[in-house]
Design a protein around this ligand. Structure first.
Ligand code: FAD
Length: 240
């Protein structure tokens, strides 16, 4: 497989850097071709400017390079430390600039009967994606009744809104909690768990998000039909 790792951490000696290096070696060892977009090392310009927003804009070379990598990849891994309950700003800026009109959104027929190719369809359909996230907080803090909110809910805007929206199948995330307690023994265990996830990228079942054009939503409201998940609302209602 062709695998792209979009990676955001400023410190080459961080835990994230060590996990990224491990992932690259593991994937290459399994025969995959790996490319890494190391956003800090690339000094990625994260600021979307007014001149880049128009639909007919001539895209800059840095954007076209990242789009080419996405089209090349069979699987895309987004790796980052959880910062303020989301991805670091540099990665959000990567999404904002790389997901241009006609690439990340504005794809397919938009009419009374069809609201484009998105949520399961689109430019990146057929590809797989997975988040690799480290967090300082404890796992129970991110459990369904945990103070921080359930991790599935916190990651929903990324999983559903950034990965599934342009068509990618989204695998369950690889999560490392309580990073402050990392020592050699725990790091070895984390590597082992990560290795297993990387070995099964092609076979792991994706999160079963509902396809926009799969018949569960009414057009043009884009709300779930009354007989679909009756009485349920919120993020979980969009899971089959
Ligand atoms: P590092 O700080 O590099 O390392 C973490 C630990 O791993 C250290 O003990 C280090 O010694 C050890 N380690 C590093 N490399 C190795 C190695 N090769 N082998 C063995 N051990 C190693 N956390 C939350 O839960 N929620 C938040 O919303 C949140 N927001 C944050 C916002 C900001 C701006 C910042 C700076 C942090 C935030 N955090 C939050 C904490 C953050 O998620 C963690 O600090 C981060 O995930 C740790 O990853 P790192 O790569 O930076 O680890």
């Amino acid at each position: 497989m062709n695998i792209l790792i979009v990676y955001a951490h400023p410190d080459a000696h961080s835990l994230n850097a060590a996990l990224k290096d491990f992932a690259v070696a593991r994937l290459q060892g399994a025969g995959h071709t790996v490319r890494v977009s190391d956003l800090y090392a690339m000094e990625w310009n994260a600021t979307l400017q007014a001149a880049e927003i128009p639909e007919q804009v001539h895209h800059r070379a840095d954007i076209l390079r990242e789009q080419e990598k996405l089209l090349w990849a069979d699987t895309v891994i987004f790796q980052f430390p959880l910062w303020w309950f989301s991805m670091p700003a540099i990665m959000k800026g990567w999404v904002e600039r790389v997901y241009t009109y006609g690439f990340g959104y504005g794809v397919g027929e938009h009419s009374d009967v069809r609201w484009g190719d998105r949520y399961g369809e689109g430019t990146l359909a057929g590809k797989r994606a997975m988040l690799m996230v480290t967090a300082g907080g404890w796992e129970p803090h991110y459990s369904p009744r945990g103070i921080n909110g359930a991790i599935e809910d916190l990651l929903f805007p990324i999983h559903h809104g950034i990965l599934y929206f342009p068509g990618m199948a989204v695998l369950p995330p690889f999560l490392v909690y309580r990073t402050g307690t990392m020592d050699e023994a725990r790091f070895a265990a984390v590597r082992e768990q990560l290795g297993q996830r990387l070995d099964t990228l092609a076979t792991t079942a994706p999160i079963p998000f509902r396809q926009q054009n799969g018949g569960d939503y009414q057009i043009p409201e884009m709300t779930l039909k009354e007989d679909i998940a009756p009485g349920r609302s919120g993020f979980a209602a969009h899971l089959v």
